[in-house]
Design a binder for this molecule. Structure first.
Ligand code: NDP
Length: 493
């Protein structure tokens, strides 16, 4: 269903259990040859696919149609991100991260250790509906680069983008069975958790817990990228116009359906009024509408709501906040009349920390502003949260901002910026507490998709010493060796 128009876009049959089993077997068969190609050749294949994504007009149209987002966000965030991530992982940085490593032991210097990274095998990638390319295909890039085959389960709401990527993979003649898309509902995700060698899940905390439990039961590795309540802390010395623009962009981009969006602003009370007025002017200027057909989208900032229940959440949170004394500064009308799933971008002031809008993930176009006495109060409220995904600190004093950022319990924090942590693909991005386990981005993420094997070998010539060492350390034990060990322990430790 097209969220911006309410029209039926396509009917996609859900994958049956037999289809999942067959896809899994094909992936299992295809994976060893893909791994044997080596990192350079896999990188070349992924770069070919990235170029095809870049040049495919249907991809952008599909993204816009199935999500209802502005074309700028489809191209400038989703396609751009997929290309940047491929540039990084499919190039030298990816190859380097996957290389064997030699470790030189200190005590047993006659030995050397080789740390080898093998792909896990078949990785199941389960994605949400808010970014059908960025959180679906793009999350397959690292596991594929590491030599795994991937079975991708997109959200039932937005399968078309992933299916288009699968078509491009096939058209390019890339290895069959290595990348497959399995549309369907939650049961298809469950089936992947029951079969795959590893799961990379992005979605809600609630489903993430179920996925984590299943993977724990099977003792397979899992990466969980979940929701949060990312804060923006605005200190009195901040560049307020810049902070307000960023708050509104990160609060309303993709209609607020962004995991690391600014979910709440905590502003020092001495500048709260001015900051709120600046935000209000920005929100009033937002142009909301359908992202398609072109060229009307050129004049659009905020698109439709992809998943209708997000509007219920937004409505409930606004109602709760107003009933407890918050003030609607802009918006507040809720669902727009007429065709399509549109919700008025809403700015709330006078919000207090016990309100639902300050506590629970909104994932919709509502931005609450809370006044705080000072940075310490802001930090206390931020760190009370059961989640810890992302955040930002705004101040003219970068050292102070850094010190505050280090004390925030979050997977990543931007100083004087927002959302940039998603586009700096060189550094890990993930959540702490209930926001998840593991990371995407950086060598750390790529290496998650490998199992480790350590191989211990002799140093050249050390074989000559082996008979002597064996005699000292192995059977039969002797009191003299024990005395020697005691002597070594006293000297070394
Ligand atoms: P859900 O948890 O509802 O769904 C995520 C995916 O899991 C979907 O493909 C869904 O299928 C599938 N699924 C549902 N039930 C199961 C199950 N029992 N086992 C396995 N898979 C299952 O999340 P949403 O799609 O609603 O996504 C929104 C959430 O994602 C927000 O909380 C947001 O914060 C978070 N998110 C986090 C990101 C991050 O990087 N940390 C990035 C983007 C979003 P189906 O849709 O067909 O039901």
């Amino acid at each position: 269903m097209a969220p911006a128009t309410g029209t039926l876009l396509a009917e996609v049959p859900a994958s049956t259990p037999a289809r999942v089993a067959e896809a899994f077997e094909r992936a299992r068969q295809a994976q060893p040859a893909w791994a044997a190609l080596g990192a350079r050749a896999r990188g070349q294949a992924l770069r070919r696919l990235a170029r095809a994504l870049r040049d495919d007009p249907r991809l952008t149209e599909t993204l816009v149609a199935e999500t209802g987002k502005p074309r700028y966000e489809a191209v400038g965030m989703e396609v751009f991100y997929a290309l940047e991530l491929t540039r990084y992982y499919a190039g030298r940085a990816g190859r380097r991260a996957l290389r064997d490593e030699q470790r030189r032991p200190f005590l047993f210097a006659i030995k050397k250790a080789r740390v080898v990274r093998h792909p896990h095998g078949v990785v199941g990638v389960i994605g949400p509906w808010n970014w059908p390319l960025l959180n679906n295909y793009a999350d397959c890039v690292a596991p594929l680069m590491a030599g795994n085959a991937v079975l991708l389960k997109p959200s039932e709401l937005t399968p078309l983008t992933s299916l288009r990527v699968a078509e491009l993979w096939k058209d390019l003649g890339l290895p069959e069975g290595v990348f497959q898309v399995l549309p369907g509902r939650g049961d298809v995700g469950q089936a992947l958790c029951e079969r795959c060698d590893m799961i990379f899940f992005t979605g809600s905390v609630k489903t993430g817990r179920q996925v984590g439990a299943k993977c724990g039961e099977r003792m397979i590795p899992v990466v969980l990228e979940l929701g949060g309540k990312s804060p923006m802390i605005v200190l009195a010395d901040a560049d307020l116009p810049r902070a307000a623009r960023a708050a509104v962009w990160s609060g309303f981009a993709n209609s607020g359906q962004v995991c690391i969006r600014t979910e709440r602003v905590l502003v020092e009370e001495v500048v709260a009024e001015r900051f709120t007025a600046l935000c209000a002017a920005e929100v009033k200027a937002l142009r909301q509408g359908a992202g398609a057909p072109a060229p009307a989208d050129q004049a659009i900032d905020v698109g439709a709501i992809t998943f209708p229940p997000q509007m219920d959440t937004a409505e409930k949170q606004i109602g709760d906040a107003v009933a407890r004394g918050a003030r609607v500064v802009v918006g507040g009308e809720g669902r727009r009349a007429g065709g399509g799933q549109f919700f008025a971008p809403t700015l709330l002031a006078g919000v207090s920390s016990e309100m639902a809008v300050a506590q629970d993930e909104t994932f919709g176009p509502v931005l609450p502003i809370l006044r705080v006495r000072d940075a310490e109060e802001a930090l206390r409220l931020v760190n009370e949260s059961p989640t810890g995904l992302s955040g930002s600190v705004w101040t003219a004093d970068v050292a102070r901002g850094r010190a505050l950022a280090r004390r925030m319990v979050a997977g990543s924090v931007c100083i004087n910026d927002v959302l940039m942590n998603y586009f700096v693909v060189e550094a890990p991005l993930g959540g702490v507490r209930a926001s998840g386990l593991g990371v995407r981005h950086g060598p750390e993420a790529l290496r998650q998709f490998c199992r480790l094997e350590t191989i211990i070998e002799d140093q050249p010539l050390s074989g000559l010493l082996s008979p002597f060492i064996q005699k000292q350390l192995m059977f039969p034990y002797r009191p003299r060796t024990l005395r020697l060990l005691r002597w070594v322990m006293r000297r070394l430790y």
